[in-house]
Design a protein around this ligand. Structure first.
Ligand code: SF4
Length: 437
């Protein structure tokens, strides 16, 4: 028996790409393991969005040196968007000559061939290619998140937010043909998956590169017509592009979850402009108003970045103002950190660490307070929950409702992958607990 281990850094996009790497290895007869010592091949799927993820990956690759010394047959492969950055692959090979295969994001679908080649020749190989604008379909996937499944609908990004490295390493936007996406979702629903999450850096731009017009709202409308009981989620939307047509389509089908992730990043127009986000606070607030005019309980979550270069206390207070006004259902909060290769890294006026720390604490405290206040209101609500996981230590199941709220409950029988009606009975701060009814 041959074993593989894939180590993933970064976002959901990378988690799904790791499923593709695992799928190719399973086609070669490898089985999954968590144990480095048992693995015949260890793959690092790196991320370059944050410098600390890069440092962690490099540290973990370096830590394998003694094992590789003892076991010459162990194959170490490194891929992901960090390798796609200028000079990074060469740097890696120089620092860690024991790495066997190095590849990037644009040739991920060739990984299986690279491994075969390495096995046949015994020679290491580095293959980094530029984006050729093509999309390779039917890459095998070893999915790991039943009853949820991830589906790429597009790749790349054209937005060039000044703090972000993604457009430089993942290339320009390109959309998969709707027929290919529909085929994949149909097959997943037939296999019993109950929640499909469509992935794209900016799903609202979906379709712009297609010959036959089909925008994102058209796409999810078609997906919602697929037979079977399942849910549709997606991420991420961009406030500069979101429109009423999308919300109308979301309201037209019970299969489409009534939740949207709308990253605001900052509340100050001056900072939004420096970030090249291309919307203002006023436009963003109008969009939220429009969404809630269709359904006041629409769940809205966001990303917020603190301490972008030149951010003043007044700018930060604008962000807090938006948080108080919108009362998000959840917020991923980040402290800005310099990402070399981006425009923001060259900007003057980097904010001192202690100021960033103070602001993030105030922001997180406020959002937690909002979460707690909102949670209390949910007590006694009956919601349909998709049961996703079981914690054997606590003896408790967990699942989400269509607004993305995680709810914990007990059951005598195994419910993973089933929809159940749960009455929310209490909150534990921000967590929700309920009983099946
Ligand atoms: S929309 Fe902005 S933040 Fe998101 S991937 Fe594109 S450039 Fe990066």
């Amino acid at each position: 028996m041959k074993f593989y281990k894939v180590i993933t850094y970064g976002c959901q996009m990378n988690v799904h790409e790791s499923e593709k790497l695992a799928g190719m290895l399973e086609e070669l007869g490898y089985k999954s393991t968590d144990d480095d010592k048992k693995a015949n091949i260890i793959v690092f799927n790196t991320c370059c969005v944050r410098e600390n993820a890069e440092q962690r990956a490099l540290g973990n690759i370096g830590a394998l040196k003694p094992l590789k010394k003892r076991r010459k047959d162990l194959i170490i492969a490194v891929g992901g968007c960090m390798m796609q950055q200028n000079g990074k692959a060469a740097m890696l090979k120089d620092r860690y000559p024991f790495v066997d295969v190095i590849f990037g994001t644009h040739n991920l679908s060739m990984f299986k061939e690279y491994v075969e080649k390495r096995l046949q020749t015994g020679k290491s190989l580095i293959k980094i290619v530029d984006d050729d604008g093509k999309i390779i379909e039917n890459v095998p996937k070893a999915r790991t998140s039943y009853p949820n499944a991830w589906v790429n609908i597009m790749y790349g990004c054209n937005n060039f937010c000044t703090y972000c490295i993604v457009p430089y390493v993942r290339g320009r936007e390109k959309s998969r043909e709707p027929e290919e996406i529909l085929k994949e979702v149909e097959s997943l629903v037939k296999q019993g998956y109950k929640e499909i999450t469509l992935l794209g850096q900016n799903v609202d731009s979906y379709g712009k590169t297609l010959k036959t017009p089909c925008d994102f709202a058209d796409l999810i409308e078609k997906i919602a017509k697929i037979d079977g009981k399942f849910r549709i989620r997606f991420m991420s939307n961009h406030p500069k592009d979101i429109n009423e047509k999308l919300i109308r389509v979301m309201m037209s089908s019970d299969k489409i979850c009534k939740s949207i992730h709308l990253p605001i990043q900052a509340g100050s127009d001056r900072i939004l402009d420096l970030m090249n986000r291309r919307y203002t606070q006023e436009k963003y607030l109008e969009e939220v108003k429009m969404i809630r005019s269709f359904y006041p309980d629409f769940a809205i979550t966001t990303d917020i970045m603190i301490g972008f270069p030149t951010e003043t206390e007044e700018d930060f207070l604008e962000t807090l103002k938006v948080v108080n006004e919108i009362r998000y259902d959840g917020a991923f909060t980040f402290v800005y950190s310099k990402r070399s290769g981006t425009k923001a890294a060259e900007m003057d006026g980097q904010v001192p660490e202690e100021v960033k720390k103070d602001r993030i604490i105030r922001l997180v405290d406020r959002q937690n307070e909002i979460n707690r206040e909102k949670s209390l209101k949910y007590v006694n609500e009956v919601v349909e929950v998709l049961c996703e996981d079981y914690d054997s230590k606590k003896g408790i199941y967990q699942g989400r409702d269509d607004r993305g709220r995680m709810i914990y409950f007990t059951s005598e029988k195994d419910l993973i992958g089933e929809f159940v009606n749960v009455k929310i009975t209490k909150t534990g701060g921000i967590t929700l607990h309920g009983e099946i009814i």
